[in-house]
Design a protein around this ligand. Sequence first.
Ligand SMILES: *[C@@H]1O[C@H](CO)[C@@H](O)[C@H](O)[C@H]1NC(C)=O
Ligand SMILES: *[C@@H]1O[C@H](CO)[C@@H](O)[C@H](O)[C@H]1NC(C)=O
Ligand SMILES: *[C@@H]1O[C@H](CO)[C@@H](O)[C@H](O)[C@H]1NC(C)=O
Length: 401
Amino acid sequence: MLRCGGGRRIIILSLLVAVLFIALISSLSTAARYATPHTNNSSTLLDEDEAYRARISAIRSTDTRPHSKTLGVADNVYLITLPQRTDRRERMDKIARALDITFTYFEGTDHHSERVAKIMDRVKWQRGRIDDRDAEPADWPEADTESHPEVIFDAYPFQWSSDVIVNQLNPLNNSLGIAGSDYWTLDPPDPVWEASHPLPSTKDKKMIMTTIGFNDAYKNVALTNAMIGCWDSHARLWRKIVENGDKVAIIFEDDIDMEFDIEKRILRMWPALPKDWDVVMLGHCWSAEYENQPLPGSIALRPMYHTLCTHAYAVSSTGVRRLIRHARSPDLAYSRPVDHVIKDLTLQRRLKTFSVYPQIVIQTKESISDVVGDRGIGWKEALLDSTLERIRMESGEIPIE
Ligand SMILES: *[C@@H]1O[C@H](CO)[C@@H](O)[C@H](O)[C@H]1NC(C)=O
Ligand SMILES: *[C@@H]1O[C@H](CO)[C@@H](O)[C@H](O)[C@H]1NC(C)=O
Ligand SMILES: *[C@@H]1O[C@H](CO)[C@@H](O)[C@H](O)[C@H]1NC(C)=O
């Protein structure tokens, strides 16, 4: 399990004492060294971080304005990390320093965890329940002819929980409570629910599930623990965002690079969003966003056409609640990669999603193969003014252009 025990706490405490002691000693000696001569030259007051930011900004003169710590529009900028990827964490710390922003770190779900194994058992159990329902063609709902005609049929037999239906129009009216697949992962479990929803003891653990998607390319793809872990990381964070009362939150994964003037770009495009927006994809893959026209008021924003990847997106307070309620609706819960959920719900017009095009946050190259494998088809992968590139220039790793 991920929780730290008491033993670790003692080590942390003694480390803390040691660090404080060293800091005290070194500040005394620093004070002694710099006691004279006195100076009131303000540049000596710049702390190290500000100086670093100033050097990074000076590399190119696009953006030297003061920044907000949360990219101008968000109450929090969250970064989903996995504890074992300290390399990524270090790189993201550098990006935060270079941009002078604050990431609220959120520990993702380890896909080797007991929690993920439990969810997989429940997905198999739920899938059985879907398959048991004999839907006749006459039962099929009407296709939405304006959206992709196959959308609803590929997902059938299928039904939304009443929690989704009741709250779709007015997501802020009722509190979220506990519903649907929330029960699968309650800690401790709800004994009443468990007793009325027993898992069959004979379930074949080796049975391989496929994903369910509205996308032909994703039919008959095996549902993996990694997909469930990734879904669960985002879904747990969505709950955290509601708990924190964020009106707007930005979510990043830990393998990204972004435009250095990202805040300026976001501030410029944001007023063009309709009041009832749910999600804005700041970055995406397998997309073709040029197919839709830009919004009046911003050439950078378009209604989502088709996006995958979840490395960078913003959610509104209505959007995050719609995501939570749909994602925990048992027939949908953990049934496919989480990026497909945002796309599928948007194509079904259950979520109002916009895309930034060209994207302003990209996945770094090394991580792409981790997630989707090298499928040999690219998407626009370049930034105009990469933050990581500036970091490498500042450190002398690559020459300044
Ligand atoms: C500090 O600044 C003030 C006004 O700018 C100036 O009069 C004074 O001489 C400065 N003192 C030192 C130690 O530089
Ligand atoms: C302040 O320090 C900078 C850098 O050391 C120097 O170039 C500048 O002349 C100083 N200004 C004053 C008023 O002493
Ligand atoms: C808010 O929720 C309550 C309880 O579910 C319901 O009775 C009421 O009609 C809802 N109001 C709006 C404006 O949706």
